[in-house]
Design a protein around this ligand. Structure first.
Ligand SMILES: Cc1cc2nc3c(=O)[nH]c(=O)nc-3n(C[C@H](O)[C@H](O)[C@H](O)COP(=O)(O)OP(=O)(O)OC[C@H]3O[C@@H](n4cnc5c(N)ncnc54)[C@H](O)[C@@H]3O)c2cc1C
Length: 396
C-alpha cells in the first residue's frame, strides 16, 4: 500500500485544517472536564457546526448530506480532528455504526429518512444489542418481536446501551423467530423510536462516576414493519455489519489521541521526582515510555493497512479484531504507566499537584478498563482472529 497522500488528499487535508483552525471552540479544554451529560448539548452544537460546514459524514453519499469523499479522506478527517484537539461529535454511535449500517442494508426510504439527521445530530442514536445473558454470545439474545398487523411488538430487555439516556433512536436486534435453528437465523434488526410507549431507560452507574450507558426495558413496544433493516430473520448479517464497523473503523483518530496522551506522559515524567532526579531519568520509566511510543506507531501502520483493505473491498474484515485488541490493550498499558508515575496522586480527579495532569489520568485509568469489554471482549476478538484470519478450528 502507498502511505503517501495523493494531491487531492493533501488539498482535502489543507482545506480541513484551515476550517478546523477557524472553528474548533477554544473553550473545549475546560469544557471536556464536565460530566458527559452536562457537555452533551455542547457536543451536539459542535456536530451541527461541522455538518453545516460540510464536514460531517465525509465518506457518506452526497444526496444524504455527506461529502461523497473517499474512505481515505474520512480517515484523514478523523486524524485532523484529533490533531486539532477538536471535541468529538455527539452522535458517535449514529455516525460510526448506525449510519454505515443503513447505507449498506437500509431501503432508499430509510436512507432518506434517517441519514442526514444522524449527520446533523438532530437525532441521536444508540445501539441495542447486548442483553443480561447475551453479550459475547449475541445470537442467544431473548428480546422478542411478534408481528401484529403492520407492527412488530417488542418485549424484553437490553443492557450496557451507551448513550441510551440521550438517544432519540435505537438500532435494536430482536428475535422474530423463536424456533429458528441455528439460533442466529431468527433475528431481525429494527429501527426503534425511543419515544414509543413502553420503552423504559434506566441509568447504570460506572466506576468513573458517569452513567454513560443504560438498561432499556421494552413492554409491548410497537415498531412499524417499515422499520425493519434488511430482511426479516436475517438480522444477523446486518448486526455483524454493524459490529465489523465498530471494530474496524471506529478507532481511526485514536492513534493521534494516543500520541497526544504520550506527549502528556513524557511531560509528566519530567515533572515527577524520582530517586533524587526526575522520573524521565529513571531507566525503567524510559523503557516503558519508549515501548508505548513504538506501539502507537505500530497501531498507526496497522490502521493504514486495515483502511487500505476497506477502501478496496468496501467492507471491514475480521482484521478489525486485530485493531480492537491492539487499541484497547495499549490504552490500558499507557494508563497503567501514568498511574505508576503518579503514585497515589493518580487517584485524584482534581487538585493534582502536577500541572500537565489536571486529573485526567484518574478518569482515563478507570474508563480504560471497559475498553477490553466494549465492542467485543479481547478473548472474543482472539477467537475471531484464530478462526477467520488464521483458519484455526472454532473455539465453541
Ligand atoms: C463501556 C461499554 C459500553 C458498551 N456499550 C454497548 C452498547 O452501546 N450497546 C450494546 O449493545 N452493548 C454495549 N456494551 C456491551 C458489550 O458489548 C458487552 O459487554 C460485551 O459484548 C461482553 O458481553 P458480556 O458483558 O455479556 O460478557 P460475557 O459475554 O458474559 O463474557 C464474560 C467473560 O467471558 C469471556 N468469554 C465469553 N465467551 C467466550 C468465548 N467463547 N471464549 C473465550 N472467552 C469468552 C469474555 O471474554 C468475558 O471475559 C458495552 C460495554 C461496555 C463495557
Amino acid at each position: 500500500m502507498d502511505l503517501n497522500m495523493s494531491v487531492e488528499e493533501q488539498q482535502f487535508r489543507d482545506e480541513l485544517r484551515d476550517w478546523l483552525k477557524a472553528n474548533v471552540p477554544p473553550d473545549w479544554e475546560t469544557k471536556r472536564e464536565e460530566p458527559l451529560e452536562a457537555r452533551f448539548d455542547y457536543l451536539k452544537a459542535w456536530q451541527r457546526k461541522l455538518f453545516k460546514g460540510g464536514w460531517a459524514g465525509v465518506s457518506w453519499p452526497k444526496q444524504y448530506g455527506g461529502r461523497g469523499a473517499s474512505l481515505m479522506e474520512q480517515v484523514i478527517f478523523w486524524q485532523e480532528m484529533a490533531l486539532a484537539g477538536a471535541p468529538p461529535m455527539a452522535n458517535a454511535i449514529g455516525l460510526s455504526l448506525v449510519g454505515p449500517t443503513i447505507i449498506a442494508f437500509g431501503s432508499d426510504e430509510q436512507k432518506k429518512r434517517y441519514l442526514s439527521k444522524i449527520l446533523s445530530a438532530d437525532e441521536i442514536w444508540c445501539q441495542g444489542f447486548s442483553e443480561p445473558n447475551a453479550g459475547s454470545d449475541l445470537a442467544s439474545l431473548q428480546a422478542s418481536a411478534k408481528l401484529e398487523g403492520d407492527f412488530y411488538v417488542i418485549n424484553g430487555q437490553k443492557t450496557w446501551i451507551s448513550y441510551g439516556w440521550a438517544a432519540d433512536w435505537c438500532e435494536v436486534v430482536v428475535r422474530t423467530d423463536p424456533n429458528a435453528v441455528p439460533k442466529h437465523k431468527g433475528l431481525t434488526v429494527l429501527l426503534l423510536d425511543m419515544k414509543t410507549p413502553g420503552v423504559d431507560v434506566r441509568p447504570l452507574r460506572q466506576m468513573t462516576g458517569e452513567s454513560e450507558f443504560n438498561e432499556i426495558f421494552f413492554q409491548d413496544v410497537r415498531v412499524p414493519v417499515a422499520n425493519v433493516v434488511g430482511q426479516v430473520n436475517q438480522g444477523w448479517d446486518v448486526a455483524l455489519g454493524t459490529l465489523m464497523h465498530e471494530r474496524g473503523t471506529m478507532g481511526a483518530g485514536l492513534q493521534i489521541l494516543y500520541r497526544r496522551n504520550m506527549d502528556r506522559l513524557i511531560a509528566l515524567s519530567h515533572e515527577v521526582k524520582r530517586n533524587g532526579g526526575t522520573a524521565a531519568e529513571d531507566p525503567l520509566v524510559r523503557q516503558n515510555l519508549a515501548q508505548c511510543y513504538a506501539e502507537i506507531e505500530i497501531m498507526r501502520l496497522n490502521q493504514m493497512r486495515a483502511f487500505s483493505r476497506l477502501s478496496a473491498t468496501g467492507v471491514p474484515g475480521p482484521e478489525g479484531s486485530i485493531q480492537k485488541i491492539f487499541w484497547s490493550e495499549l490504552n490500558q498499558r499507557v494508563q497503567q504507566i501514568a498511574q505508576e508515575l503518579l503514585g497515589p496522586y493518580g487517584q485524584l480527579a482534581s487538585n493534582s499537584p502536577y500541572t500537565v495532569d489536571k486529573g485526567m489520568w484518574s478518569y482515563g485509568y478507570l474508563r480504560s478498563r471497559g475498553n477490553t469489554i466494549e465492542a467485543g471482549t479481547s478473548e472474543v476478538q482472539r477467537n475471531i482472529i484464530g478462526h477467520f484470519v488464521l483458519g484455526l478450528p472454532r473455539s465453541y
